[in-house]
Design a protein around this ligand. Structure first.
Ligand code: G4P
Length: 534
């Protein structure tokens, strides 16, 4: 069996698209699905008004805002030039939430991928959410492929965009496909490794795969004239600066292969798939809490990276998404939940994308499987078969928003507590408690304020409890301990809490308060938490 697993692992690529809202993530996802022939025409599943929705709008709140809070995975086969002859590669695209706000979900999703595609709008360049997501990739050592999207529209020059990325995030772009024609006049791509020209032809509304014509440099020069010459010269300049692809530096997170594209016209999309198959790393083993590696060919193991309830009104249940780390998964197998030591039956394993669910019978490392009604599972949990293994927990990120939550009426106390426990175990927000405040109005801590809205909306929809969120005057948290807690509690502008996982956290009104206390009481334990963007 393990040779099967090795073969399956080799042909898999698991990645996420990281981008600022509106850079074109949905359009690119659709373009990839078109190239993989999952759909025959773009526009059919694009999540826009009046069209069928690709993304799950599992709550009314999301419907109202037209955003997706959930994360799912799309799997497709693609036969690339670098696939084994006749054996298609298996691509897993893990969806990151596409809204402007951040939640811890976004970060957890990135623990489930082996590579990321950073999608940048050619006119806008690097934007705040792209930067934050990129920092997480760097933190986790995830190699990044850069796609400059919307090249069919006026934008910056290639060299400006390349400089911006080098300077602002310290990642050196190494373009593989350089645009021929300025932004707004996208004619085709110079394949910098072969020197050939890929000329694209538009299709009506960009609905179909754009026909490609591959030409020699001479033919390209004859056809495109100055535009071709400019592309060749700029490409040579990049080579002189050492900006050619280097696989080791890419995997080490120092360089980023770059492609210019138009997701809307389907230009450069095939090239992205080829680059993913050729250069992105296949799933690898993972180090457990004891520091031993679980190789991909070992018996089954997986990490839960996301838990989600109440997806939509037709499926009100609790789904846990696991990323398979090792071995073969077969639906129905009974595995062990490492955190409790209890058996876990996997009869209801599903692949989920948007509203569509299909049963998964077999899955391999790199694949994402949704487990239905998985009430015992929490993000970061391990499932395994055979030799015991437990992977390290997913770090919880430094919260920056703090609010109290309470029910509007006292008679719903029991439901309120039950709901709080449920949402806490799913990791929807971090829940902080202390004796002074009691259980009736816990403090919620979040990376992004939208996490609070999710809590109040779900309290109402699933537990029928009306709640009120009230912002607290704290802006940052530090990890402390029981010894330092009493002294900290005596300070003005500071309050100490215990988080559900047992961590003792001190909240501060502002950074000056923190600096003052650090200076006055150097003996107190005050450690930064893992920040969302360090
Ligand atoms: P997101 O998921 O990252 O938020 O972005 P999305 O794909 O929804 O794209 C945001 C807008 O950018 C959409 O326009 C989309 O059509 C457009 N877009 C995406 N890729 C390209 C591209 O390569 N070229 C051009 N010119 N536009 C692109 P919209 O007006 O908001 O929606 P729609 O009316 O086009 O559906």
């Amino acid at each position: 069996m393990s040779s099967d697993v090795a073969t399956e692992v080799k042909r898999r690529r698991t990645f996420a698209i990281i981008s600022h809202p509106d850079a074109g993530k949905s359009t690119m996802t659709e373009a990839l699905a078109l190239h993989a022939r999952m759909i025959s025409e773009a526009g059919a599943i694009h999540g826009k008004a009046g069209r069928k929705s690709t993304v799950s709008d599992w709550m009314e709140m999301e419907k109202a805002r037209g955003i997706s809070v959930s994360s799912t995975a799309l799997q497709f086969n693609y036969l690339a030039e670098h696939s084994e002859p006749g054996i298609p590669s298996v691509i897993n695209l893990v969806d990151t939430p596409g809204h402007a706000d951040f939640s811890e979900d976004t970060y957890r999703v990135l623990t489930a991928v082996d590579a990321a595609v950073m999608l940048i709008d050619a006119a806008k360049g690097l934007e705040p959410q792209t930067l934050k997501l990129f920092q997480v990739c760097r933190h986790r050592g995830i190699p990044v492929i850069t796609v400059i999207n919307k090249w069919d529209r006026p934008g910056q020059t290639p060299l400006e965009l390349i400089d911006e990325i080098s300077e602002r995030i310290g990642l050196t772009p190494t373009p593989l496909f350089f645009p021929v024609g300025i932004a707004g006049d996208f004619r085709g791509l110079l394949d910098r490794r072969t020197g050939e020209y890929v000329h694209f032809t538009r299709t009506a509304g960009g609905a179909k795969i754009a026909p490609e014509e591959i030409m020699s440099a001479d033919d390209a020069a004859a056809r495109e004239g100055d535009e071709w010459t400019a592309a060749v010269e700029e490409s040579e300049l990049l080579s002189e600066m050492g900006q050619d692809h280097d696989q080791e530096m890419f995997l080490a997170g120092q360089t980023s292969p770059m492609i210019f594209a138009s997701a809307m016209l389907n230009f450069g999309v095939r090239q992205l798939l080829e680059v993913l198959v050729e250069l992105a790393p296949p799933p690898a083993g993972r180090v457990d809490i004891e520091g031993n590696e679980r190789p991909v060919t070992d018996p089954f193991s997986a990490v839960v990276f996301k838990v989600q309830a109440g997806m939509d009104s037709s499926h009100r249940d609790r789904l846990a998404y696991m990323r398979i780390v090792s071995g073969e998964f077969e639906r129905g197998m009974v595995v062990t939940h490492a955190q409790t030591g209890k058996p876990f039956a996997t009869k209801y394993a599903q692949a989920v994308f948007g509203r569509d669910r299909s049963t998964v019978d077999t899955a391999y490392p790199g694949d994402v499987v949704g487990l239905v009604n998985a009430t015992a599972l929490a993000p970061g949990d391990t499932l395994f078969d055979g030799p015991k293994v437990q992977f390290p927990p997913i770090p919880s990120f430094a919260p920056e928003h703090f609010s109290t939550l309470r029910a509007t009426t006292a008679d719903k106390y029991k439901q309120f507590r039950k709901a709080m426990d449920q949402l806490d175990s799913e990791g929807v927000v971090q829940v902080l408690r202390n004796d002074t405040r009691g259980d009736m109005s816990p403090v919620l801590a979040a990376v992004g304020p939208m996490q609070f809205e999710v809590v109040t909306a779900r309290m109402k929809a699933e537990f029928n409890v009306d709640t009120i969120i009230e912002p607290l005057g704290y802006t940052l948290a530090r990890r402390t301990d029981a010894e330092s807690a009493p002294e900290l509690d005596r300070q003005r502008g500071v309050e100490v809490f215990t988080r559900t996982d047992g961590a003792v956290l001190a909240l501060f009104s502002d950074k000056w308060r923190l600096q003052y206390i650090e200076k006055e009481h150097p003996d107190l334990t005050l450690q930064p938490l893992v920040a969302a963007a360090d």
